[in-house]
Design a protein around this ligand. Structure first.
Ligand code: CA2
Length: 177
């Protein structure tokens, strides 16, 4: 049965009742900001992760990020997410989007709700980028909005998890709509 909140040990050994979101980056995304800015922009992966963690923190949500160039490591991290009780995943499977049945199977097996993100608009590039092994499982797909796509996906995840979102200043406020 799905649980209402994640329970895990905090740094002082106390039980934490915090929702948690995992950000998964597929192969080569560790190179962001260094090459091919015409497709992927200038933000580094660390810039993206930091912005998501800061926003999550402001809303009382833990945001962890993981990148790997190896399919098996990504699958292991997805299985670990299930054991940890991760509540939501933001995933850019990168090249595995178009090739990996195994990564898809891992996402399907966990049943953790997720949004698929692509920095570039995969629909105005080579035809092979138009097929994804993830999109039919995803709650939604964001493509072509660069690093902002991750931020928008996080806002969706927060609302999906019924988090009381902080306004984009410093104050926490209740959303009224
Ligand atoms: O647009 C996206 O986010 C992609 O998932 C990126 C993948 C590509 O295979 C997908 O079709 C669309 C490629 C990631 C490669 O990332 C690099 C970043 C900087 C420099 C070189 C590659």
């Amino acid at each position: 049965m799905p649980k209402a909140t994640s329970t895990r040990k905090g740094s002082k050994g106390s039980e934490e009742l915090r929702k948690s979101i995992l950000v998964l980056h597929g192969p080569n995304l560790n190179l962001l900001g260094s090459r091919e800015p015409q497709h992927y922009g200038l933000a580094t992966m660390e810039d993206i992760n930091q912005a998501l963690k800061t926003r999550g923190e402001a809303c009382g949500v833990s945001v962890d990020a993981f990148q790997s160039n190896h399919e098996g490591q990504l699958i292991d991290r997805i299985q670990q997410a299930k054991r940890e009780g991760v509540d939501f995943i933001l995933i850019n499977p990168a090249g595995y989007t178009h090739t990996s049945v195994s990564l898809r199977d891992a996402m399907a097996a966990t049943g953790i709700p997720f949004v698929e993100i692509h920095l570039s608009n995969v629909y105005n590039r080579e035809p092979f980028r138009r097929h994804s092994y993830f999109s039919d499982l995803a709650l939604g797909v964001i493509a072509g909005l660069g690093a902002q796509g991750y931020e928008l996906a996080l806002e969706f995840a927060l609302r999906h998890l019924h988090i009381k979102v902080a306004s984009h200043g410093s104050q926490k406020t209740e959303k009224t709509h």
